[in-house]
Design a protein around this ligand. Structure first.
Ligand code: HEC
Length: 105
């Protein structure tokens, strides 16, 4: 009985680990940012995980990222210019995406 319990715990643990690795972009991110961004690889713009690293340890990360998404342009990645608000994201969508990006690790 005890061994069954342990193996179930291991399976549950693996499932949690798997879902963390496969972090998925929120649906609004896919439609309004996904043409240029992915979470873990460079496309037209930087991988969002790299953006999270850039702001690591910054308590204002989410609000700085939101401000940059809103104004668009260049942020030192030397890639190309980002359109302001991506593809017409609303302020509320930008805020939640910025929080999502800042929280990636
Ligand atoms: C047409 C392509 C395009 C779209 C659409 C786009 N981006 Fe970008 N994004 C870029 C490029 C290019 C850069 C890098 C600019 C540079 O070279 O510094 C960038 C940079 C960024 C950065 C880095 C900001 C920083 O402070 O370093 C964030 C965060 C970001 N984008 C989020 C988003 C979000 C969220 C959306 C959707 C609402 C979005 N982007 C839509 C092209 C795009």
């Amino acid at each position: 009985m005890k061994s069954i319990f342990i193996s179930m715990t291991v399976v549950a643990g693996l499932m949690v680990a798997g879902s963390v690795q496969a972090t998925d972009m929120p649906a609004v991110g896919k439609t309004k940012c996904g043409a240029c961004h992915a979470i873990d690889k460079k496309m037209v713009g930087p991988a969002w995980i790299d953006v999270a690293k850039k702001y690591k340890g910054d308590v204002n990360a989410a609000s700085k990222i939101a401000a940059n998404i809103t104004k668009g342009g260049e942020f030192g990645w030397k890639m190309s210019k980002m359109p302001p608000k991506g593809m017409n994201a609303t302020d509320a969508e930008i805020k939640s995406l910025a929080e999502f990006i800042a929280g990636l690790k």
